[in-house]
Design a protein around this ligand. Structure first.
Ligand SMILES: [Zn+2]
Length: 298
């Protein structure tokens, strides 16, 4: 009897293991797409936020704690992007595997060449929400590849038997990015040198990649709403510099930007910044397609 029971347990556990997927939870939808590409059918992926939300401020719903409780791997943007909402959720999930320093906790910024690192000490109490540099790095192709490599390495560490699959999937993604990247750059070439103003300091990596010149920002500091004196100065600056384009994400308030655009004679482009920003943007490639399309044919 005991032998039969042991055999049954072994069968059930064995079957479960063969079926079990690696549960990946990401903070943004772009990372969820990268994890699906690298993980293929060995992973089950969920994103805590959606591409139409401000990733700095995600509502910490109880369902997110449940997702985190089941996670084998948590992939987050880092550079304090999620500091306002993620740490309490991780704590609440009581999941040792995804705590800081564990293989199940991947700070995807660790290998990114970070832009806009403050040269003086910046304190969050002063309101700047980018104290460790600019966390909005994932749209630029070089950075997407870096994140995909990091995810592949962690999946391999957590699920060694999938190593060959993860490496093959990563290689396919890298090749696809290489191909598409040349098309994107060719398409956006006429934008090179274009002067732009952005609402939040969230386009630095795209501007660097495609050669846009950022002249100013609607927010005086990342996360700080503009006082009237700043707006007046910005309008003057845009007139002097001949800035005709303002870039902003859909989740920022429109009224100030429309006023600035009207007074300065500039057009506002509502840009997607993450997979899921609009229903058509279903993956990393359609995200960059949409960004480039917005820039070249506003
Ligand atoms: Zn930001």
């Amino acid at each position: 009897m005991r032998t039969l029971f042991a055999t049954l347990v072994m069968l059930v556990v064995g079957a479960g293991r063969a079926e079990a997927k690696v549960h990946v939870v990401t903070t943004i939808e772009t990372f969820a797409d990268l994890a699906r590409r690298v993980g293929g059918d060995r992973v089950d992926v969920k994103s805590l936020s959606h591409g139409y939300m401000d990733p700095h401020f995600v509502e910490p719903k109880p369902s997110l704690v449940i997702d985190l409780n089941r996670a084998d791997l948590l992939v987050h943007v880092g550079l304090e992007l999620e500091i306002g909402w993620l740490p309490p959720l991780v704590l609440g999930s009581r999941n040792e595997k995804i705590t800081l320093g564990q293989p199940g906790n991947l700070d995807a910024s660790s290998q990114i060449p970070v832009l806009d690192v403050p040269t003086t000490k910046v304190d969050r109490s002063m309101g700047d929400i980018h104290p460790q540099g600019n966390p909005h790095y994932w749209v630029a192709p070089d950075n997407a590849v870096i994140v995909a490599r990091e995810i592949a390495a962690r999946l391999e560490q957590i699920d060694g038997s999938g190593a060959a699959a993860y490496r093959a999937n990563l290689k396919r993604f890298e090749e696809e990015v290489g191909k598409r990247r040349a098309e994107w750059e060719k398409r956006a070439a006429p934008m090179r040198g274009t002067k732009v103003v952005t609402y939040h300091k969230s386009w630095s990596y795209v501007s660097k990649w495609l050669g846009l010149t950022e002249v100013g920002y609607v927010e005086p500091k990342p996360g700080i709403p503009a006082p009237p004196s700043h707006i007046a100065g910005l309008i003057g600056l845009m007139r002097r510099e001949g800035v005709k384009v303002i870039l902003m994400e859909s989740f920022y308030p429109r009224n100030t930007v429309d006023l600035v655009g009207q007074k300065a004679g500039a057009k506002t482009l509502v840009m997607p910044s993450d997979v899921g920003a609009t229903p058509e943007i279903k993956d990393y490639f359609s995200l960059v397609d949409a960004v480039v399309a917005k820039l070249v044919s506003p």
